[in-house]
Design a protein around this ligand. Structure first.
Ligand code: FSX
Ligand code: SF4
Ligand code: F3S
Length: 381
């Protein structure tokens, strides 16, 4: 990976041939390090330190377990590009065990799991993908003859920290949808004596995994978590707060049916069931998806279904309208038809809507930030 030097206050990165061969330029690496530092909520002065962590040859051991899930989280990680998040993650960690990525199989791979856990007792990071079935002694998910429950009770308490990746590992996800036949549950309801960082999402954003690991490695501590165990830097804001369609929401322009004129114009998807107003995640600012710009659910024209929010995703119906905590759209809107509106134009209404949206959004965000700061100072006190 790259070797980092600082000279005359200018950050310089010297790349190995290996990195250059991957098609990553020094410029794109620095840009990426800057973006991921900002995503972690760290100041720009930390970019060099974060880049240094990425370039560091020392890698913490990671054991990655799969339970009840679709492997979508791993897939989403492997499909990320420029510079490939998967390569960066695999460069900053030593992935000792992963059923999906292991070349070995059977007893051989089980041995590598045990060897890594024994050699790194108390030091490894445990990443868990998938929920644990609790009903009927956990018989609904078995790997190598052991239940998921047995496996997590063995390797969970011996980890330094646990990262529950995806909604399934965070709170049960899709398998915990009513009537939850297997009794699917998240990791933090089972392991109580170790820090569990939840990175919900179905799939979870690979950037949230990378930034959480980098935060831990760079600062030597876990990021601040919210009441649901999620890093505040990634889950501190509603999707709705940074959504590119927000000016349409504030101006009252909604798609009413898939494929209608409003949908084609890129109007707000609230009335099609978008759960952005009650879902905390950074999809609208990070835009993960990696199939071109704007590739996130709402960017592609699909309402956010709240995949990362317990009690919303897999709980509320897809078409059900979200509870709006920040702003309620007014029942009556200014006319935008030129005759009825006495000469007002569509463009004029759009500008007014956008300006109003910025002001309303900015004040709502300022109020929320102040509230969060108050809460932080109270909890610090
Ligand atoms: Fe679940 Fe992920 Fe959805 Fe799939 O970790 S969060 S079903 S994308 O693979 O587990
Ligand atoms: Fe975006 Fe959905 Fe909010 Fe509309 S309701 S602004 S589509 S997050
Ligand atoms: Fe999930 Fe909504 Fe993001 S559906 S991926 S939380 S936009």
């Amino acid at each position: 990976m790259g070797k980092l030097m600082e000279s005359n206050g200018t950050l310089e990165l010297a790349f190995s041939e290996e990195l250059a061969a991957q098609g990553v330029t020094r410029r794109s690496f620095l840009k990426f390090a800057t973006a991921i530092t900002a995503a972690m909520g760290l100041p720009a002065t930390m970019v060099a330190k974060v880049a240094e962590t990425i370039a560091s040859p020392s890698r913490p051991p990671v054991i990655w377990l799969h339970f009840q899930e679709c492997t979508g989280c791993t897939e989403s990680l492997l499909r990320a590009t420029h510079p490939t998040v998967e390569e960066l993650i695999l460069d900053v960690i030593s992935l000792d065990y992963s059923e999906t990525l292991c070349a070995a199989a059977g007893h051989q791979v089980e041995k590598s799991l045990n060897d890594s856990a024994n050699a790194n007792d108390g030091k490894y990071i445990l990443v868990v993908e998938g929920s644990v079935p609790m009903n009927d002694n956990g018989i609904y998910c078995k790997i190598a003859g052991r239940t998921a429950l047995d496996i997590i009770q063995d390797y969970g308490p011996r980890a330094a920290a646990i990262v529950a990746i995806g909604s399934c590992a965070s709170w049960g996800g899709v398998q915990s949808a009513s009537p939850n036949p297997t009794g699917a549950t998240g990791i933090d309801t089972i392991i109580k004596d170790k820090p569990v960082i939840n990175l919900p999402g179905c799939p979870a954003s690979p950037y949230n995994l990378l930034s959480t690991i980098l935060y831990y490695l760079t600062l030597g501590k876990l990021p601040q978590l919210d009441s649901k165990g999620r890093p505040k830097f990634a889950y501190g804001r509603l999707i709705h707060e940074h959504c590119e369609r927000r000016p349409h929401f504030d101006a009252g322009r909604f798609a009413l049916q898939f494929g209608d004129d409003g949908h084609r114009e890129g109007y707000c998807l609230y009335k099609l069931g978008c759960k952005g107003p009650e879902t905390y995640n950074n999809c609208s600012s990070i835009l993960f998806g990696d199939v071109g710009s704007g590739a996130w659910p709402v960017g592609t024209g699909h309402p956010c279904f709240g995949c990362s929010e317990e009690g919303v995703g897999f709980t509320k119906h897809i078409h059900e309208q979200a509870d709006v905590y920040t702003e309620v759209p007014p029942a009556v809107y200014a006319g935008i038809d030129s005759e009825k509106a006495g000469g007002a134009t569509l463009a004029g209404a759009a500008v007014a809507g956008a300006v109003g949206g910025v002001i309303i959004g900015a004040s709502a965000m300022a109020a929320k930030k102040m509230k969060a700061e108050e809460a932080d100072s109270e909890s610090d006190a």
